[in-house]
Ligand binder design. Sequence first.
Ligand code: TXA
Ligand code: MG
Length: 331
Amino acid sequence: MVTEILPVNGQSLLKAKKIIEGGGAVAFPTETVYGLGANALDGNAVDKIFEIKGRPNDNPLIVHVHKDFDIESLVYDIPDYAKKLAKRFLPGPLTMVYKSRMTVASAVSCGLDTLAIRVPSHPDAQKFLKFLNLPIAAPSANVSKHVSPVTAEHVFSDLNGKIPLILDGGKCSCGIESTVLDCTGEIPVVLRSGLVSREMIEQTVGACGEYAYKQGAPARSPGMKYKHYSPTCRTSLYFEDEADKAVAEYLSETGKGNRAYILCDDKTAQKLNVGNILNLGSSPEQMAANLYAELREGEKTADIIIAVAPNDDSGVMRGVLNRLTKACRGQ
Ligand code: TXA
Ligand code: MG
């Protein structure tokens, strides 16, 4: 199969519509990462997404809709706090989990009685979703467990030959996946941290919980139990206060003739005296925007990426830290 990369316009949207209505999958940009979309009402199309990615079939998908879509046709029991949050943060990088009306194919939620819904803010995502006017099931458009794609080229390098079309909307501005929020209980509970932080949710509706996955226990958000976001080279991880150990490992690796990179924020980069640095920038938002792009850049030539993570895990940094630790340490 030939994989085309096209900018979003009338012609490419028509192509996308034909593919999706025919039961196929199309990659499209969002403000977080690129998604691999298929018609959520078509069980065979949804199965295809799992197959293309090599995704375990107990890790449910998010349904994407345009901003005027009637989500009450898909879910019910939307609590008042969720309405408030939707008003403040949508369209945007916040996915909300509700009780499902079971109108989409059961494969989307892998048999769960809940459904995750996302209204992306990227203008090209809105155009795509509006043009199709269908609920679109979409995971990130990478091969399962690899680093999520933030450019059309990243999608191409993972899925070339496996899908017919990638809609190119430039580099994703957020850079890490959306916050996933369980809205089925008394208070909202963060299942996956992201650019809409727990603190921001708390400020808006007063209370917000956070789900901590424990190894071995049944997972409330099944995706939590899998290794994720990993580059193809070896990795290791240190925290800021043990940066000297990271430098020691870097020197030991380069001494053996290996190509090593240190991945860190700008402040740490200024302090360390090493040659190969993947600089994530300064603010948590900058670090989120650069993380996957730098991991993918590094893995092209590195034998090992040695990450130095900030000790701060509040606000948006929590999402960055979560992805960084999963990428460089597994669980
Ligand atoms: O930013 C994003 O969310 C991107 C873009 C493409 O929209 N999508 C994305 O999808 O990251 P994916 O499939 O890589 O991650 C979906 C996450 C998983 O952790 C999954 O377990 C969780 O959402 N999820 C999906 N449906 C759920 C449900 N009904 N209950 C709990 N968690 C759910
Ligand atoms: Mg993913």
